[in-house]
Design a protein around this ligand. Structure first.
Ligand code: GLN
Length: 473
């Protein structure tokens, strides 16, 4: 399937109608959805109606933006007014939100056509979609393998050509890791760049909405559409949104970069290491300056994340008690109703996180775990900022391995958590980061990651545009 940018150009030239784009997308869904299970809810009727409305606007000669009539998918932890939103949990199995997330609303207002709600790990906790309460999604490149997660359904929908682009969310790698596994582009913006209003909270100091697209230019377009201040989210930055498309067009040839050795250590597959080195050498040949940088605290990032994220999750998920949302279990008294509703409504990984989080926040352990993890987070950020005094961006692998097989990591939670070892540092430090497909030598997609200073998505996208071009050679 063509990119958002080229589809929009065809619409603008009158070479295609939105109704055709939506029909093509739905044909693709009909062909592959049974195998891949990208969606939890599909909206064929409203999508067709929205497309027709877009075509009518165009025929009437209205000035339309780039997104008008373009089909897209939203991760099912983004609220969509009147459209079932489950977070892939039984506890929200029949939830109809009374309002839409700001990012969703901004796309609605631009005339984009919502095709459906994409599958994820329950409450975005996981790295493979195997923890979805409604069954996993499958990797379109090799359906015996996971698509990554938690935004797995969003990545699958884009990679399989079921829609032009998708939104996902990140707390610790959940857009970049599935993008890397499925061979598409995934962006995690700086903390605060995109409003979190209407994103079902997992760990509020880390959560951020991100984009899944076919190429870097499309990432710039989608990010530009959803970024910016929002009175409904106090953590949404008021810093003006730059012209990301211009940054992509300028490219990153004048930039300098570093490849921190800590990201190429044991555990990173040789094939992935080789691809990062190949692309780094090609960037140097193209005139980008390379300097050595070291990020010594990287090794502690995963540990800190698995204290901070569960701590915040245990608090955020206390609202799901069977009273206001989801099914309420039969019980004699209130406490028993809470216990049973939560016991039946949450899956095993979510329960593990709630237990972990409650433990690390409990009196006596708070200082040992939570406070230490927060200190580490500060050090990690300082270390990144020092590195960005030396170089403009960092180049690393996105993941230590390519897509793994179903069941390979579910028996060992720690092995599953390792899938995020290289993405999580950017979440803890609040940096923008992107995964761009590299060249795969074994037939499975490889992701190359660019990290940039906070709020420098322009620089990140410029670098990624050059990287995308160089990696494809
Ligand atoms: N896989 C990580 C986790 O399970 C990250 C999830 C995410 O980014 N939403 O916590």
């Amino acid at each position: 399937m063509e990119s958002l940018y080229t589809a929009a150009a065809r619409l603008a030239r009158g070479e295609a109608r939105a109704e055709e784009l939506v029909s093509e997308a739905l044909d693709r869904v009909a062909e592959r959805e049974e195998d891949l299970h990208a969606f939890l809810t599909l909206l064929p009727e409203s999508a067709r109606d929205d497309a027709k409305a877009s075509d009518r606007r165009r025929t009437a000669g209205q000035a339309l933006g780039l997104f008008d009539g373009i089909p897209w998918a939203a991760k099912d932890n983004l609220l969509t007014e009147g459209v079932r939103t489950t977070a892939a949990s039984k506890i929200l199995g029949d939830y109809l939100p009374p309002y839409s997330a700001t990012a969703v609303r901004r796309l609605d207002e631009r005339g984009a056509v919502l095709l459906g709600k994409a599958n994820l790990d329950e409450f975005a906790m996981g790295s493979s979609t195997e923890y979805s309460a409604f069954g996993p999604s499958r990797n379109p490149v090799d359906p015996t393998r996971v698509p990554g997660g938690s935004s797995g359904g969003s990545a699958v929908a884009v990679a399989a050509g079921m829609c032009q682009f998708a939104l996902g969310s990140e707390t610790g790698g959940s857009v970049r890791q599935p993008a890397a596994f499925c061979g598409v582009v995934g962006v995690k913006p700086s903390y605060g760049r995109v409003s979190r209003y209407g994103l079902i909270a997992f760990a509020s100091s880390l959560d951020q909405i991100g984009t899944l697209t076919r190429d870097v230019r499309d990432a710039a377009l989608v990010l530009g559409a959803i970024a910016g201040e929002d009175p409904m989210d106090q953590t949404a930055s008021t810093v003006a949104v730059p012209d990301y498309l211009a940054a992509v067009e300028e490219g990153g040839r004048a930039l300098s970069f570093g490849v921190p050795a800590e990201y190429l250590r044991e555990g990173v597959a040789p094939e992935i290491r080789a691809e990062v080195e190949r692309v780094a050498a090609a960037l140097e040949r193209d005139g980008l300056r390379r300097r050595d940088v070291s990020l010594a605290h990287t090794q502690y990032a995963l540990d800190a994340y698995y204290i901070i994220a569960p701590a915040e999750a245990s608090s955020n998920l206390s609202r799901f008690d069977g009273m206001r949302y989801g099914p309420r279990a039969e019980a004699q008294d209130l406490l028993e109703a809470y216990r049973r509703s939560r016991g039946q409504g949450f899956g095993p990984e979510v329960k593990r996180r709630i237990l972990l989080g409650t433990y690390v926040l409990s009196a006596g352990y708070y200082d040992t775990y939570y406070l230490q993890a927060q200190r580490l987070r500060t050090l990690l950020r300082q270390e990144f900022l020092a590195a960005f005094e030396q170089v403009d961006f960092l180049l690393t692998p996105t993941t230590p391995t390519t897509a793994f097989r179903f069941g390979e990591n579910t028996a060992d939670p720690l092995a599953m958590y390792m899938a995020d070892a290289l993405t999580i540092p950017a979440n803890l430090a609040g940096l923008p980061a992107i995964s761009v497909p590299g060249r795969s030598s074994q037939g499975l997609p490889v992701g190359l990651q660019v990290m940039a200073p906070p709020m420098r998505e322009d620089l990140m996208l410029a670098a990624a545009a050059t990287l995308e071009e160089v990696a494809a050679r």
